[in-house]
Design a protein around this ligand. Structure first.
Ligand SMILES: Nc1ncnc2c1ncn2[C@@H]1O[C@H](COP(=O)(O)OP(=O)(O)OP(=O)(O)O)[C@@H](O)[C@H]1O
Length: 310
């Protein structure tokens, strides 16, 4: 395929991709495309199928059925081309623990037939933060520093598509925030990013997201549109006895679902018959004290809970 044709293809395209491990259906007919220059998030809990999808797209395993392409190349036929063009940061950072920071980066550069100097501009902002520790072994770095080194290694050959599988899992909140800042900078340099995360709060940092559960996409859209499409009213409820409150809310005929969210319970209400005051009265009769109920804006997690129960 010539260069111009490649540029008109989406960065990633997946059509009816399925994968089984014995009897476990890890992916059940995944369909989506990622446009060039997007930060696209795959959001879902452990075991939803995120890693399996990443491995198929980075040509490490084969799908049982369906087709997929990356940067315009077919994941089966053109796997060699794809390997040159993608950067992959697996969930468990693939660093050589006994090699130093600099040796790790050098190694990845050499594997891709390049040098640190050649693509230094691309990794500079990230690598400079760990450069003071360049003689330290990777195994002795903190979680946040390991993450920065792993990202530098995934970028050192200037990939056009970057695959980041749960890059912020096990990383402290400050480093998580910094990390998303780095992704924005990479996007500004024209790199397409597919990133998976179990943290629903990170969804809003993506251009578009797919919510995944049990090997299926529940929804694909911008985080804003997903939140706007939330169907019910949503209330945050608390009382002195949160455990009993959860049971009482779940057995109420007029609420559609309820789950614990931080120090409150989030209750989804589809019925017009139920008002905040009438729910307060009901809970009062059930013996609850210090009841507080507030209407709130749904988060992506609320949307996920609603969609996953359909
Ligand atoms: N090599 C394998 N052999 C058998 N089952 C597997 C294998 N790899 C994954 N699975 C199963 O396939 C399903 C999807 O797993 P996958 O690792 O893709 O999900 P995930 O969303 O990345 O979750 P996690 O963050 O836990 O890895 C799970 O039920 C998992 O147990």
């Amino acid at each position: 395929m010539d260069k111009q044709n490649i540029q008109s293809e989406p960065a990633i395209s997946c059509k009816s991709v399925s994968k089984k491990y014995d009897t476990i259906e890890a992916l059940k007919g995944i369909d989506f495309t990622v446009e060039r220059g997007e930060i696209f998030g795959i959001i879902g809990p452990d075991g939803a199928g995120k890693t399996t999808l990443f491995r198929i797209l980075t040509t490490l395993i084969l799908a049982d059925s369906g087709t997929a392409s990356v940067d315009g190349f077919d994941v089966v036929k053109d796997y060699k081309e794809i390997r040159k063009r993608v950067g992959y940061m697996p969930g468990k950072f693939s660093l050589y623990q006994d090699m130093t920071v600099e040796e790790n980066l050098n190694f990845f550069a050499t594997v891709f037939n390049t040098t640190i100097e050649e693509n230094y501009e691309l990794v500079k902002d990230i690598y400079q933060q760990i450069e003071p520790f360049k003689n330290r072994r990777a195994g002795k770095l903190s979680g946040g520093m390991k993450q920065k080194l792993a990202l530098s290694c995934a970028l050192i050959h200037k990939p056009s598509v970057l695959f980041l599988d749960e890059p912020t899992t096990g990383v402290d909140p400050v480093s998580r925030k910094e990390f998303w800042g780095m992704l924005k900078n990479l996007k500004a340099q024209g790199i397409t990013i597919l990133v998976s995360t179990p943290y629903m709060d990170e969804a809003s940092l993506c251009d578009r997201i797919a919510l995944i559960q049990n090997g299926q996409f529940l929804k694909i859209d911008t985080p804003r549109n997903i939140v706007n499409q939330y169907e019910n009213k949503l209330w945050a409820v608390q009382s002195d006895n949160m455990h009993k409150l959860l049971n009482d809310l779940r057995t109420n005929d007029l609420t559609s679902n309820c789950f614990a969210f931080g120090d409150k319970h989030h209750v989804s209400v589809s019925s017009e018959q139920l008002s905040i005051n009438s729910l307060k009265e009901t809970l009062d009769k059930l013996g609850h004290t210090n009841i507080e109920i507030k209407e709130i804006e749904p988060t992506i997690e609320d949307c996920f809970m609603q969609l996953s129960q359909k």
